[in-house]
Design a protein. Structure first.
Lengths: 182, 266
């Protein structure tokens, strides 16, 4: 029976998928670095997920949704810059939009945390795409190496070397930012 | 091991992805290599700073609304009356099946039908358990009483339920008690005891067990959530979480062991 014929199944799937909305949105923000594009990509991701509800076999829904989101983002990159298909993203020059645009002011109570967070966020957002993706999936989404490999469609060994490179770059940038040695 | 080999493995060590043997190798290399020891310290500090900064974004409410509106077969939460109807329906089905089984030849046929119907009921309750788990994850819904003290959570349920749900202290075992809440499963009030492992919430629903059978344990995986169901001491237990199956099994074992301290060899 397909989801269209079974409103109960559709509802359960919808609830389960929407529980990961913040995760999906977070990855979209980091991959696309633009709020409006991120929102469109997330919506497209959920529509695609819903079209494939009958082919969903698990295991975990979060990596499955993130993998769909990633494919949506790649299409967006291709549209943006006619980048080669294998390349996930573009390097932004000085003329490009800022790396991270805040949608609105943070509430007063969260201000201190948000400012620390802003620095780290900017540093992560400045990493080249495959490395940025690896760090975001590991350190923000808490995915295991195996799950990251699943989302990114690469072997676990590639995930490991990307994470090592990514953190080496992050550490270097971090030290410049803080003017101290970490 | 040289430093460039160590670099990749140090990252995996920090991420908790190394087996014991490799972890030992990396640590003994770092003990002799200043460079790698610094790297290990720096990576840990960076990981902690990132996790403290709570970088996960919250999706704007208008985006959620947009997606809900765009998805087909959108939000019509099943009304309570309809839920009650489907329960009556499966009871009727059960009664019919039982009559047919008796008329045929006996116990085995009836037992088979019983199993089929009960499974159907378990499936439905599992769906409700997942929904209740998802509801609990909405902001402000997780706990009615928030405390890590089992001696506060347990009395809080007094008078609110027809059972006294056992609250087991598992913090030392890696499952932090967050508190308790009243919830509704299968049209009956159930105690929800809430635990946390890392950033994962585990809801344990406890209610009175209506049937006679005990000890049967059922594992399910639905919509990205692992579910365990068992009965013990006249109580029905449903544990649900997005942690992996092995860790949820561990949780159930620890909890059950806590219920029967004498039965467990130390």
């Amino acid at each position: 029976m397909s989801a269209e014929d079974d409103p109960d199944k559709a509802r359960r799937f919808r609830d389960a998928a929407l529980a990961h909305l913040d995760d999906v949105y977070t990855l979209a923000r980091y991959l696309l670095r633009d709020q409006v594009d991120a929102e469109d990509a997330v919506q497209e991701c959920y529509l695609r997920a819903f079209q494939h509800i009958d082919s969903y076999r698990g295991p975990a829904m979060k990596p499955w949704l993130l993998a769909i989101l990633r494919n949506v983002c790649r299409a967006e990159f291709a549209r943006r810059a006619q980048a080669p298909a294998g390349e996930c993203g573009d390097e932004q020059g000085a003329a490009g939009p800022p790396l991270w645009q805040e949608p609105q002011q943070s509430p007063e109570a969260e201000f201190i945390r948000a400012r620390d967070g802003d620095t780290i966020r900017r540093l992560i957002a400045a990493l080249p795409p495959p490395f940025r993706e690896a760090v975001v999936l590991r350190d923000i989404h808490n995915l295991s190496y195996r799950e990251i490999a699943e989302v990114a469609g690469v072997p676990v060994g590639t995930v490991m070397s990307r994470l090592a490179r990514a953190r080496a770059m992050l550490r270097a940038a971090w030290n410049v930012e803080e003017g101290s040695t970490l | 091991m040289n430093c460039s080999e160590a670099e990749v493995l140090i990252n995996a060590l920090v991420d908790g992805e190394l087996d014991a043997g490799h972890a030992r190798d990396v640590e003994s290399h770092a003990a002799e290599c200043r460079n790698c020891a610094d790297r290990l310290t720096a990576l840990r500090a960076m990981r902690d700073a990132i996790s403290r900064a709570a970088l996960k974004e919250r999706a704007p409410a208008h985006l959620r609304a947009r997606i809900e509106a765009a998805l087909p077969a959108a939000p019509t939460p099943r009304p309570l009356a309809a839920a009650a109807d489907s329960w009556r329906l499966s009871r009727r089905f059960f009664a019919g099946g039982f009559a047919a089984g008796a008329a045929l030849s006996g116990v085995a046929a009836a037992a088979l039908l019983f199993a089929v119907v009960r499974d159907d009921r378990d499936q439905r309750i599992a769906g409700e358990v997942v929904s209740a788990h998802l509801r609990s994850l909405q902001p402000g819904h997780l706990t009615d009483i928030e405390t890590s003290d089992q001696h506060t959570v347990k009395p809080w349920f007094n008078g609110k339920l027809d059972v006294a749900p056992p609250v087991v202290e598992l913090t030392a075992r890696g499952f932090t008690l967050l508190g308790g809440r009243l919830d509704d499963i299968n049209g009956e009030t159930a105690a929800a005891i809430v635990y946390r492992r890392r950033s994962h919430v585990i809801n344990l629903f406890v209610s009175r067990h209506a049937g006679a059978e005990h000890g049967r344990k059922v594992s399910q995986f639905r919509h990205g959530f692992n579910i365990r169901h068992w009965t013990d001491e006249g109580l029905d237990f449903w544990a649900v979480s997005d942690i992996n199956a092995g860790e949820l099994d561990e949780f159930c074992e620890r909890y059950t062991a806590g219920l029967h301290p004498r039965a467990v060899p130390s």
